[in-house]
Design a protein around this ligand. Structure first.
Ligand code: FAD
Length: 461
């Protein structure tokens, strides 16, 4: 058996310090650590890791440049394919993508690709490197007009790619800040907003105009945009909470994860009373669900001072959809997990006081390939004074509702062909509003594909 050097540990802040604030948990590699980790890379000629990356970053090439201390070159390789690497380096589920395919994963620990990506992007931000050269900017001739609705990862990539090709791009965002889930969903301790703001400067560099506080479907209709623009991209995401539809769900102190995280992240409830946004976490907070949203809600509740935080999940740890790193962080920070339980009723008078849980067991695979949870008939009552429902989201329904002829499926997702064209000519869609619930990099990958379609369609028209 080949002996493989272990991965250079990725430094994190001490647990008892980090649970008291909202500052970033992961510190990331310094130069020496990054070079040492890059030196573990086998530089496989077949590049299996690249196949695991949804947007095809040439991973061995950027790692080779790190190894040679050529950081700017490494950065240029990264941004050829990945427009916002400081973000994806922090939030991608690498263990299910590039790192899963790394040959070293089979022999021991894979290369810490996410951490290296983050290192090089943070280095570039610190140097103030621009993503587009002055020369390239001066060559761009602005021509036809594109409207991008939604400023999350899918919309950002569509805007960047088309602006780079010379289109005049205007972005319409309902909220008062651009960035989508990167700003209102993922907490500061995982993705600092100054990092997001820095990455969003790329839009400015390319002259993309961002109109904030415009709710398409209400302030202006999609058909009005079509009158003014040559093409419209819809990237409005999926932030409409799914409910459990069980008795007692309307009791006070039951939040949707979206409401809870928006209050904390966007409305800065964690800085109360400097920001006037109240939030209540109670003594015992129960989170329902096991994805990234659930982990974010649980770790936020810990930081806001809940004495006990429980995650209630109907399958087991092995099936949890959250990034492994965030599950480990949550465990380290004292979040407790109760597996194989499904809420069936909330109990309380006015406010929630407890939740009735059906004990579950796992059966054969369901339509997602995961083992199906089956009720056992055993019921327990779990006392809690705050509940955060993080079982998932539906696509935002406003635009389909106000746009006759825009086809959606039975889950409310906008239907497109494989290139991102919707049922209305010159209207395209991508990201979570099409996928349902995806990841940042999947939304970016879709944005890139759709930008290409828009360009080719407009060249032909
Ligand atoms: P969004 O990011 O949802 O952006 C849509 C934008 O459209 C929003 O800004 C919204 O305000 C705007 N909008 C909506 N309707 C309108 C309208 N009518 N008019 C104008 N603007 C409108 N993925 C990962 O890869 N890693 C993670 O760690 C991770 N953690 C997550 C944590 C949380 C709490 C959540 C909720 C999601 C997480 N995800 C994660 C998923 C990921 O963030 C999404 O898949 C991704 O952001 C989808 O991008 P998008 O562009 O489709 O939409």
């Amino acid at each position: 058996m080949v002996k493989v050097r272990p991965r250079v540990p990725i430094p994190k802040r001490p647990i008892d310090e980090r649970i008291r604030d909202f500052n970033e948990v992961v510190i990331g590699y310094d130069k020496k650590q990054a070079i040492e980790e890059a030196n573990r890379c086998l530089q496989c000629p077949s590049k299996p890791c690249v196949k695991g990356c949804p947007i095809g970053v040439d991973i061995p090439r950027f790692i080779k440049f790190i190894r040679n201390h050529e950081f700017e070159k490494a950065y240029r390789v990264l941004i050829e394919k990945c427009p916002m690497p400081a973000i994806t380096g922090r939030v991608c589920p690498q263990e299910r993508q590039c790192e899963k395919e790394c040959i070293l994963a089979k022999l021991g620990q894979p290369i810490a690709i996410g951490a290296l990506k983050r290192f090089i992007s943070d280095w570039a931000q610190a140097q103030g490197l621009e993503k587009v050269s002055q020369e390239e900017k001066s060559r761009i001739q602005r021509g036809r007009k594109i409207a991008v609705v939604g400023s999350g990862p899918s919309g950002i990539v569509v805007a960047l790619d088309l602006a780079r090709l010379g289109y005049e791009v205007t972005m319409f965002e309902a909220l008062h800040k651009p960035g989508g889930v990167l700003v209102y969903g993922i907490p500061e301790f995982r993705l600092p907003k100054k990092i997001v703001d820095e990455e969003l400067k790329y839009l400015e560099e390319l002259g993309v105009e961002i109109k904030l506080g415009i709710v398409v479907g209400r302030t202006i209709t999609l058909y009005q945009l079509l009158d003014e623009y040559d093409a419209v991209f819809i990237g409005t995401g999926a932030s409409h909470p799914r409910f459990l539809n069980i008795p007692g769900e309307n009791l006070n102190n039951i939040y949707s994860a979206n409401e809870f995280l928006v209050r904390v992240n966007l409305m800065k409830a964690y800085m109360f009373p400097i920001y006037d946004t109240p939030i209540h976490v109670g003594k015992r907070t129960a989170i329902i669900g096991a994805g990234n949203t659930a982990m974010d809600a649980a770790r936020t509740a810990v930081r806001l001072g809940a004495n006990e935080v429980y995650v209630l999940y109907r399958r087991t740890r092995r099936e949890m959809p959250a990034r492994l790193e965030e599950i480990i962080n949550a465990e380290e920070e004292g979040v407790k997990f109760i597996f194989l339980v499904q809420p069936i009723e909330f109990i309380g008078s006015g406010k929630v006081e407890s939740v009735k849980l059906m004990k579950m067991k796992l059966g054969g695979p369901d339509h997602t390939g995961r083992p199906k949870p089956i009720p056992t008939g055993d019921i327990i009552e779990f006392p809690t004074d705050v509940v955060i429902n993080a079982i998932g989201f539906h696509p935002n329904p406003l635009i389909p509702r106000t746009t006759p002829k825009l086809k959606t499926d039975n889950k409310g997702r906008i239907m497109t062909d494989q290139f991102g064209r919707t049922s209305i000519k010159r209207v395209y869609a991508g990201g979570d509003v099409v996928i349902g619930e995806g990841t940042v990099i999947e939304a970016m990958g879709q944005g890139r594909k759709v930008a290409k379609t828009i360009h080719l369609d407009l060249l032909r028209s």
